[in-house]
Design a protein around this ligand. Structure first.
Ligand code: NAP
Length: 249
């Protein structure tokens, strides 16, 4: 066997309206996976699902605020009923609210923790157990190199992203006997709306710390995620897969 095999799989991808999540939805759909695209606004996930469907793929869109625990739980339950199963869960939705610790508000701390980390708890709690019962599942959580090495001005974001690593490894240990894997993909600097706001000077300075001397593309992350979701990756669990052009090697 070679390449990536997907047999009648359904995936839920959060933050699929733009950037990395959009690329993950597109790559999985191109592999024949039915993709449930979740984002905060109905417009962005709707456009992604429509584009996938227009090119012959299978996708639907659902607007869910991942920071709203009860809304996530209700959406996850409803989607499990509607689709019968969700085989692949990609927790990708994320935000930044950067600032030095001395000036960071508790609201900015809480917003980043709930959107990036607590959301993983709510989705995985509902969707993970049916995966275990089915004896097959793939969970991929999109962290960041900030969560691995820290970053000045990102105490909230780095804490959330590091929390995702501990969360994922614990889930991996709980689910391993049941054929469900859980892994982290930790991107470095990737060209999306999230990094578009950085000034040209900051982007140039950042690129100097990357051995490949450039930012990555959303598709670079998407292909790593897709591999971890494929049949062939069934013996890989609890791992942190860094995709950063060599920045943190
Ligand atoms: P992005 O372009 O800003 O897109 C973020 C996506 O997440 C959007 O679709 C957005 O929905 C969705 N989202 C945000 N808050 C949400 C909420 N409360 N409920 C539901 N959906 C929500 O970001 P990105 O660069 O693709 O980043 C994707 C993930 O990769 C994030 O977890 C980020 O931390 C991580 N990451 C990114 C980089 C990078 O360099 N870009 C590096 C390391 C890690 P709408 O479309 O509705 O706004």
């Amino acid at each position: 066997m070679s390449g990536m095999t997907f047999t009648n799989r359904t995936a839920l991808v959060t933050g699929a309206g733009r950037g990395i999540g959009k690329a993950i939805a597109e790559v999985l759909a191109a592999q024949g996976v039915t993709v449930i695209c979740v984002s905060k606004s109905a417009e962005s996930c709707g456009a992604v699902a429509a584009a996938i469907t227009a090119t012959g793929g299978k996708a639907v869109a659902r607007a869910v605020d991942v920071a709203d625990g009860p809304a996530v739980a209700a959406a996850a339950e409803a989607l499990l009923k509607e689709f019968g199963k969700i085989d692949i869960l990609v927790n990708n939705a994320g935000i930044t609210k950067d600032g030095l610790l001395a000036r960071m508000s508790e609201a900015d701390w809480n917003a980043v923790i709930s959107t990036n980390l607590t959301s993983c708890f709510h989705w995985t709690k509902v969707i993970g157990w049916p995966m275990c019962r089915a004896r097959w599942g793939r969970i991929v959580n999109i962290s960041s190199v900030s969560g691995l090495v820290g970053n000045a001005g990102q105490a909230n974001y780095a804490a959330a992203k590091a929390g995702m690593v501990g969360f994922t490894k614990s889930v991996a240990k709980e689910f391993a006997r049941r054929g469900v894997t859980a892994n982290v993909v930790a991107p470095g600097f990737i060209k999306t709306d999230m990094t578009a706001g950085l000034s040209a000077e900051v982007q140039t300075a950042a690129a100097q710390f990357i051995p490949m001397q450039r930012f990555g593309e959303a598709a670079d992350i998407a292909h790593a995620v897709a591999f971890l979701c494929a049949e062939e990756a069934g013996y890989i669990t609890g791992q942190v897969f860094t995709v950063d052009g060599g920045m943190t090697m």
